[in-house]
Design a protein around this ligand. Structure first.
Ligand SMILES: Nc1ncnc2c1ncn2[C@@H]1O[C@H](COP(=O)(O)OP(=O)(O)O)[C@@H](O)[C@H]1O
Ligand SMILES: [Mg+2]
Length: 488
């Protein structure tokens, strides 16, 4: 391969490459010591023209005649002119050191400096990289194919116990990738909960031509106020209090009164919506408190998420326990649910999950949350990476607004699936992740075509890899509603 090591600064290596070499961003190269004992695995993160005078000089010196002719007159006895054109076309590859290999084992260090004239540089094909880095697994999930048509397979257990982020601009394939991951987790028997903001996960049990697929019986769609309602009796007071405080912003004094009302209803065995309304009406308290309680009471009633009819009540617990037994996904369909109602439902679901996990009725849950900033309350963000993760809630955030995800979530994320972003501000937000360096993110993500994803983190053993995400034969619902769609 006609390439030459030019410069090394920290973990950046610059390489001169000649035009007949096709090297692209994202490709991996291997720099080998002459004795073959030590190797550097580097990744191309940018390709530029090598038109800096110093570099041309460097190149000419490395020609067999040492560039002597340059000092000559304006004639060309050695026919160097074609070489010069050739050299002017040379590329400068900016590469990041990803690992050092010594005696067959990989280390993330970059302190070794390979010899400039004697080391050889060659392409490291993706299959060889996958083998070296041992990116495979006992529970394979095929993500898609890499540029050289190699299948990229990750291990489902590299998602287990992990915090993941899928981000990229609209229509690049985030939800698609999220569906691919969750269906595979279900296939391996995991219990999955999806906060489905746009109602696009609801037909995952159907193929594109509307036949039932292998997941049909494992996809449980819960639409709040339709087939998903709860009775007050089923609720733990603390879950309802979370709803009142966090979703409905009930002040402290009123919350204390609410507790008393709840206790008295509970003692009488009359915990239902009707009795709750009556109790608030007749409770002897300050009228501000009563007004505050009434406005929240009506918010609860109007959400139509609560019912007094046990037959109507959908037991989230039962679907979860079913999912636990044979693997399955609970799709919380939040489409057409107002912002307040969404928060009520999410508060309830998370409360229920924590309850089932802490009592060990559930072992662990994979949670997929689309645009979580639209319904996840402030304090949950930290909770999800710490307390909830400890209980066994392993979250994947999916968003096209990367700045809505907190910095500490990026820092703690184990895996990032990055689709195209062109906007600097968005790229800046993603670059904060500890798993990646800003330069790689900015340079590679900008050029990604739709459906291609830069995979970062544990699933790829920290070797960033670009993959064309596999298609899925499922009925899609997430299509953008268009005015002109059916008019032609
Ligand atoms: N890897 C893929 N292969 C085939 N079609 C895809 C792929 N990724 C996404 N799509 C399709 O492209 C469209 C947009 O994808 P979607 O996942 O909804 O984007 P996003 O969630 O980023 O807005 C959908 O119709 C989806 O089915
Ligand atoms: Mg989407």
């Amino acid at each position: 391969m006609l390439v030459k090591l030019y410069k090394k600064e920290g973990n950046i290596v610059q390489i001169l490459s000649f035009p007949n070499e096709t090297v692209e961003k994202g490709d991996y190269l291997l720099i080998e010591d002459p004795n073959g004992r030590k190797k550097l695995i580097i990744q191309v993160i940018d390709v530029q023209f090598a038109n800096i005078p110093g570099i041309l000089e460097e190149l000419l010196r490395s020609l067999p005649d040492g560039g002597e002719v340059l000092q000559g007159e304006n004639f060309d006895p050695l026919e160097i002119a074609p070489h010069i054109t050739y050299i002017q076309d040379a590329r400068l590859l900016r590469c990041k050191i990803r690992a050092t290999m010594e005696n067959g084992s990989l280390r993330p260090s970059s302190s070794w400096l390979p010899s400039r004239p004697r080391s050889t540089i060659k392409k490291l094909p993706i299959p060889a990289l996958l083998k070296l880095a041992k990116i495979d697994g006992k529970l394979p999930i095929i993500l898609g194919s890499t540029k050289d048509s190699t299948v990229l397979t990750i291990d489902a257990s590299s998602l287990d116990g992990r915090l993941n982020i899928i981000t990229g601009k609209k229509e690049t394939g985030k939800s698609h990738l999220s569906k691919l991951l969750m269906l595979n987790l279900v296939r391996y028997g995991a219990a999955v909960v999806v906060f489905d903001l746009n109602g696009e996960y609801v037909s995952l049990g159907m193929t594109s031509d509307e036949k039932r697929n292998a997941y049909y019986n494992k996809i449980h769609v819960l639409t709040p106020s339709q087939n998903f309602k709860v009775t007050l009796k089923q609720l733990h007071l603390h879950v309802l209090l979370s709803i009142l405080i966090h979703a409905l912003h009930l002040p402290g004094t009123s919350t204390r009164e609410f507790r008393r009302i709840w206790q008295s209803l509970k003692e009488k065995g009359s915990l239902n919506l009707y009795e709750l309304g009556e109790a608030i009406r007749n409770w002897s308290c300050n009228h501000h408190v009563r007004d505050a309680l009434f406005s929240r009471y009506y918010a609860l009633v109007n959400s139509r998420f609560f019912t007094d009819n046990l037959a109507e009540a959908m037991l989230l617990k039962e679907s979860l326990l079913k999912a636990k037994k044979e693997g399955g996904a609970i799709i919380i369909n939040l489409r057409n649910t107002s912002s307040i109602d969404r928060q009520i439902v999410v508060e309830y679901v998370l409360g229920k999950l924590v309850e089932l996990l802490t009592s060990w009725k559930l072992k662990a849950i994979f949670l997929f949350a689309e645009e979580a900033h639209l319904y996840l309350r402030e304090t949950y963000w930290d909770d999800i990476v710490t307390r909830m993760r400890h209980f066994g809630i392993f979250t994947t955030f999916v968003t096209n607004q990367p700045d809505t995800i907190r910095e500490n979530i990026y820092r703690q994320a184990d895996n990032i699936f990055l689709l195209n972003f062109t906007n600097e501000h968005d790229l800046e937000a993603v670059s904060r992740a500890a798993k990646v360096d800003a330069e790689t993110v900015k340079s590679i993500a900008k050029d990604l075509p739709p459906h291609q994803c830069l995979v970062l983190g544990k699933v790829v053993k920290d070797f960033p890899i670009v993959v064309q995400v596999k298609a899925l034969d499922i009925k899609t619902m997430g299509e953008t509603r268009l005015f002109f769609r059916d008019t032609n």
